[in-house]
Design a protein around this ligand. Structure first.
Ligand code: HEM
Length: 371
């Protein structure tokens, strides 16, 4: 049973390999003053440290509620669990005297032209990204956290997802799973093994305009993006591949080579091979200077049920991390506005959050440098 160390400069769940299941839970904070917020963050730290490392719940006098929900206990295994805590712009207000501590770019998510945002699935004071090998583990962790934070935290919305876990092999060192449109997803992600690249693209710390407490944290963007899968399944293969700019079977760029080869746009200025409005070409034109706009994607596929019109309600729980929200997601999404893929997708929820730096040892707690 794999466990990820809880203590460190950064939280887990960002560079950590993506396990089979994930969930984002957005919450409202019910604590009304700084002392209550500190109690919440200390409790979250303590619960996450326990849940991610595993252990045995204490036995209780049966006249009290049991210490554990019983889904997995009394002894729980780590199961690659990570719980990543992030704060929304709405937390940085007068309640906690934190208005001047807000990360420089943190803001309330605004709608983009193709969005149809459902207000009941947007924003929140605090987000929990919970990921593990098995679904029971994330449900168990969520139930444990809710049970330990009465009067402090209230769930606002949640979205669960899954990904097929592809074992690394000789030719796919960074394996990319398929999304529900049937394409490999994750191919061109920046390498999480490259510390310098992660410091430049993912971790807060290099921008002098950011408050010191943010160093080691990251901006988290969550978007619930519905996929119109019935329509997609009736679209010709050639159109599907032109929309993404990649081959469906192999994930290779339309310009040739194999999945991890860079697409060639230099010899295709007019977009005859890779259309100029292909998803990957808009998202990353690979022009000099564009490197700073790269983002780290860590999405899950979701399948919720059925819409009133009989269509499947499924899509992508899109999660990205970046050191600079404006240079990252906002810039890339603005470039993607109007892309041909929009005919098949509809963003319906999500939010912007700032992922706290890690707790460095067992005397530390998540958010301590902020308070
Ligand atoms: C690449 C799918 C939404 C940013 C890709 C690829 C696929 C894909 C199949 C090519 C393989 C790869 O490199 O992972 C989707 C689907 C989406 C979606 C199905 C919605 C349902 C978004 C959004 C953004 C985004 C909202 C950012 C605003 C990117 C980036 C790349 C990429 C940066 C890599 C481009 C490169 O460096 O070559 N996406 N995507 N995607 N996507 Fe998306």
């Amino acid at each position: 049973q794999q466990s990820h160390p809880f203590h460190g400069r950064h939280q887990q769940g960002i560079l950590t390999p993506r396990p089979a299941t994930g969930m984002v839970v957005a919450c409202d904070v019910l604590a009304w003053d700084r002392a209550g917020l500190e109690r919440l963050l200390r409790t979250l730290t303590e619960r996450i440290a326990f849940l991610t490392q595993g252990g045995t719940y204490p036995e209780r006098d049966p006249s009290y509620p049991p210490a554990d929900s019983g889904i997995l206990g009394p002894t729980i295994a780590p199961d690659a669990l990570t719980v990543t805590v992030s704060l929304g712009a709405s937390l940085f207000d007068e309640r906690f005297g934190l208005t001047s501590a807000k990360p420089k770019h943190l803001q309330r998510m605004t709608g983009f032209p193709n969005d149809a945002l459902d207000p009941t699935r947007c924003h929140g004071d605090l987000s929990l990204q919970i990921c593990a090998n098995t679904h029971d583990t994330i449900i168990h962790a969520l139930r444990d956290i809710i049970k330990h934070t009465p009067g402090l935290l209230m769930v606002r919305w949640k979205q669960e997802g899954t990904v097929p876990v592809v074992p690394p092999s000789h030719d796919t060192p960074t394996p990319s799973a398929r999304n529900y449109l049937g394409f490999r997803d994750g191919t061109a992600n920046p390498s999480t093994d490259d510390d310098d690249l992660m410091n430049a693209l993912v971790w807060s710390g290099t921008d002098p305009g950011e408050p010191d407490w943010t160093h080691g944290g990251s901006y988290q963007v969550v978007r619930i993006i519905r996929n119109f899968v019935e329509r997609w399944d009736r679209a010709p293969l050639g159109e599907q591949e032109a929309i993404f700019g990649r081959r469906k079977d192999s994930g290779a760029p339309l310009s040739g080579g194999s999945e991890y080869d860079a697409p060639d746009y230099a010899n295709d200025a007019d977009g005859k091979i890779t259309p100029l409005d292909a998803h990957i070409r808009l998202a990353n034109p690979r022009t000099p200077g564009f490197e700073k706009h790269r983002i780290l994607r860590r999405p899950f596929n979701y399948s919720n049920g059925v819409e009133a019109n009989g269509q499947l309600d499924m899509g992508l729980l899109f999660i990205v991390y970046q050191a600079d929200l404006e240079a990252g997601f906002i810039t890339v999404q603005n470039r993607l506005n109007g892309e041909p893929l929009e005919e098949y997708i509809k963003p319906v929820g999500g939010g912007y959050f700032f992922t706290l730096p890690g707790a460095v040892d067992d005397r530390d707690f998540l958010g301590r440098p902020l308070l």
